[in-house]
Design a protein around this ligand. Structure first.
Ligand SMILES: [Zn+2]
Length: 84
């Protein structure tokens, strides 16, 4: 009598979702000419896989649109960040 061998292959994969509390504001960006999301530089850096220092250098060189809405903390226009 012949042996019947059954093999099972189980493939698994895992997706991890990291949820962070984000703080953003919807506001009109005059340079884009439309309503956009404004983010703190650290959150913008996280979204585009850059260091916050890089975002600040983009602000200084005016590569991205930035706003000082209420105090010293700048906000950056997400649309302009995505276009760099
Ligand atoms: Zn903009």
């Amino acid at each position: 009598m012949a042996k019947i061998r059954t093999r099972f292959f189980i493939e698994t994969h895992e997706v991890r979702t990291i949820k962070r509390r984000r703080f953003f504001i919807r506001a009109f960006c005059e340079e884009c000419g439309r309503e956009v999301s404004l983010l703190p530089p650290a959150d913008a850096a996280f979204l585009v896989c850059q260091e916050p220092a890089e975002i600040y250098s983009w602000i200084d060189s005016k590569k991205i649109h930035s706003f000082y809405l209420n105090g010293a903390m700048p906000f950056v226009c997400l649309t302009s960040v995505c276009l760099v």
